[in-house]
Design a protein. Structure first.
Length: 256
């Protein structure tokens, strides 16, 4: 049985941008010590340093960057890491392990870009051609593919041409499609997902399933916020070989 949650794409994008936020903003604004190890070191001029061969950067004992070549420009405060195919630039901290073809971090402007991003999150695997910080509040990913399938050729995946996190309030997704193998099952030209800091009433992210017994399925929930101690959820659950059911449940928190 394979359960496909569009919610997972949302969580993956948010998780990915939070991880990039940690690199480009938090680390960049608080960096105190950068330690570098490599086979070769070249001083181009008084501002530029190039490290080559099994480069290992350790940033404040928290963030590790491994690459084939790393360039650091002291004047512009830009770090560029590049990997030669089939190797990858590796970014690692205690929470995430990320692979990429190249990485640029602008320490001065607290921004940057990752190309050929591959990230393993709790809900599955997320890949993007590019992921970048557009400005102080916005992030953007292009040519995104998400799947929870760990096969070399995933049985299914969700793809999007572009996703943009705007002001930390919502995600705009363009050309979203759900695919089984090479066949597109569902396509949505534009999709907006709110990022809420507290509970609010509204439709939840729809969920899709594929089951060998029940076939293709679709589930849509509506969440009704009543009070901080009480809420309810109702909706429909449809399966191709089983039909449709309506469901309803509520939660009440009791105690002091």
């Amino acid at each position: 049985m394979r359960q496909l949650f569009l919610r997972a794409l949302f969580l993956s994008i948010v998780g990915g941008t939070c991880w990039l936020q940690a690199i480009f903003t938090n680390f960049a604004s608080n960096i105190k010590v950068i330690r570098a190890q490599s086979i070769e070191q070249h001083i181009i001029d008084q501002n530029r340093l190039i490290f080559k061969g099994n480069v290992h950067l350790l940033v404040d004992h928290r963030l590790q960057i491994r690459a084939d070549t790393v360039t650091f420009d002291k004047e512009t405060q830009i770090i560029t890491a590049i990997a030669q195919v089939p190797q990858s630039v590796v970014l690692e901290d205690k929470n995430f392990l990320t692979l990429a073809s190249s990485l640029t971090i602008d320490l001065k402007n607290k921004s940057g870009t990752v190309t050929d991003l591959r990230l393993h999150v709790d809900e599955g695997y997320l890949a993007a051609a590019t992921a970048s910080k557009v400005n102080d509040a916005d992030w953007e990913m292009r040519d995104i593919v998400y799947t929870a399938c760990d096969d070399l050729k995933p049985h299914w995946h969700i793809a999007a041409r572009k996703a943009r996190v705007q002001n930390g309030y919502f995600i705009k997704i363009h050309n979203l499609s759900f695919n089984i193998g090479n066949m597109t099952v569902l396509s949505i030209p534009r999709f907006v997902i709110p990022i809420q800091g507290q509970s609010k009433s509204g439709f939840l992210v729809p969920r899709f399933t594929v089951d060998y017994v029940y076939g293709f399925g679709f589930k849509q929930d509506y969440y009704q916020y009543i009070s901080p101690h009480c809420d309810t959820t109702f909706g429909i659950d449809w399966r191709y070989n089983k039909g449709m059911i309506f469901f309803f449940f509520s939660r009440i928190v009791t105690g002091k």
